[in-house]
Structure formats: C-alpha cells, structure tokens
Write a protein that binds this ligand. Structure first.
Ligand code: IDP
Ligand code: MG
Length: 139
C-alpha cells in the first residue's frame, strides 16, 4: 500500500559541513512536508542494524563506521508519490552519476559520503521511519 511517506537522513558528512538546513530547505521547496525530525547519532551497532540488508556487501563495515562517525538528522517526509519523487530529488547513489540540481550532485563528496539517505520502497520507508520514531513522535 502506498503511504505517501518516505524516510531520509542527512548523513554525517552533510551535517558536519553545515548543510542540514540547506538540504531540508531543498526538500521542503520540492513539496515534501516534514512529519518528524530528530538530530541524533548512530553507533556502529545501530548503523549495522539499519543497513542490515547490505551486510554481505564489501562496503558494509566502512558504511557502518562512516554512518556512526558523527551526528545525523533523521526525517520522515510526506508527499504524493513520496518514495519515487524523493529518489529523483536526491539523485544517483554515486554523485558522479547524479543529475544536475539533485541533492547528491550538490552536496555529496563520494559514493559513500553521499549526503543523504532515501528509502527505496514504501515498505522500507515505514520500517526505517519506525527505526527512529515512535508513533507519538510523528504528526
Ligand atoms: P542508496 O543510498 O542510493 O539507496 P544503496 O545501494 O542502498 O544506495 O547503498 C546504501 C549506502 O551505502 C549508500 O547511500 C552509500 O552511502 C553506501 N554505498 C553504496 N555503494 C557503495 C560503494 O560501492 N562503496 C562505498 N559505499 C557505498
Ligand atoms: Mg538504499
């Protein structure tokens, strides 16, 4: 079932560079409503749980270390067609392949430190949102 919600994180590189506000502004200007926002920090263990689907990938350990290297901003977003439209807004995983004007093209440093997360399905958006927020923390 389409929920019209997706989940994002401003990743440690973008937070450390002071780009959280600019990124959230781009997201709002693209028509997404903020449903829940949290400044927090993952541990290697919680990052490992969040990215468990990638546990067999060669970059998994580096990804967990990177994602726990500094604060992140976790956000639930709402918009019609949220998951697909947000993936378009952020651009390709590797910023070298990201379209002009996308968040990753503007802010990402590398295929790993790529500024933002974006859910890849309605099902994962719900799982990922629930990873960071309780029912009471969402409007
Ligand atoms: P996505 O974030 O565009 O959905 P995924 O394939 O789900 O991309 O990978 C999750 C995250 O793992 C990426 O956003 C990036 O931070 C990191 N990652 C993906 N592929 C590589 C790689 O080949 N080398 C290093 N890190 C990677
Ligand atoms: Mg993904």
């Amino acid at each position: 079932m389409a929920t019209n919600r997706t989940f994002t994180m401003v990743k440690p590189d973008a937070f450390a560079d002071g780009n959280s506000g600019a990124i959230l502004s781009m997201i709002e200007k693209a028509g997404f409503k903020l449903i829940a926002v949290k400044l927090t920090k993952l541990t290697a263990e919680t990052a490992g749980k969040f990215y468990a689907v990638h546990s067999e990938r060669p970059f998994y350990n580096d990804l967990c270390a990177y994602m726990s290297s500094g604060p992140i901003v976790a956000v639930i977003l709402e918009k019609e067609n949220a998951v697909a439209d947000f993936r378009t807004l952020i651009g390709a995983t590797n910023p070298a392949n990201a379209a002009e004007g996308t968040i990753r093209k503007i802010f990402a440093k590398s295929i790993e430190a790529n500024a933002v997360h974006g859910s890849d399905s309605d099902e994962n958006a719900a799982i990922e949102g629930a990873f960071f927020f309780s029912e009471l923390e969402r409007i």
